[in-house]
Design a protein around this ligand. Sequence first.
Ligand code: KIV
Length: 293
Amino acid sequence: MNTPVETPTVTPYGTLPGHATSVRRPVSLPRLREMRARGEKITMLTAYDATFAAVADAAGVECILVGDSLGMVCQGLASTVGVSLETMRYHVESVSRGLLRAQGTAWLVGDLPFGTYHESREQALRSAAVLMQAGAHMVKLEGGGWTAETVEFLVTRGIPVCAHLGLTPQTVHSLGGYRVQGKSEEAAATLKQQAHALQDAGAALLVLEMVPAALAAELTQELQHCATVGIGAGRDTAGQVLVLHDMLGLNLGKMPKFVRNFMTGAPGVKEAMQAYVAAVKDGSFPDNTLHAW
Ligand code: KIV
């Protein structure tokens, strides 16, 4: 008897559900922990819509962050402060749909925007639920100190959390601009104490943005239960993250010096993303000599 052969329906987003050809294992918290434990670098990239998310997934990016950087790169805002929860919900939902249609395996992280988790732990839970119901697998929130209590509240209620220390763009006005954090001994000690508190609260990932490479390396060694993901923090973190537009050379302002334009020499966007994944995995990106802070 002949066994019917299913012909996969290939769309611009990949193969449609019901015609599975992918055997890739979905990225999950245990898988991210395994990667951290065996020293395989975790790759994260921002994406804000269905198509770029599906392409990033197909290029092998493990974590897709719907960052509130969308306020700047999609909405033309001067900072991330004006991004609303409804805007984040819309983009998380778009990315989630794109991944589902492409049978993607990436881990989807949604940023909690400014003012949606600051008031109370209950407010944070309500905001996180909006993003989780839109398809996020994890939420990200910025800051140390008081946030540890919020992280614990969310984690104990089944919401995986990615913390974010160093340059925290939502507090850019308090920080006095987009500058390197944790440079003085005192600032480094505070950042370390906050990172440990966030790990103890249950944060599974920790974005370290614009901190000295040596400090990020030390923290990566110390935090055994929380994988560090660096951006402008040197190469010795458990993973790396970049803003999509930056790595595609589409930054309209001043390109941060730690960014590499992966479109250089790449025939297309997918190849540029593949080059990013390969460079993070083999340790050739980022280049520590560009992180002299
Ligand atoms: O919003 C964002 O894109 C981020 C990354 C810079 C980590 O938080």
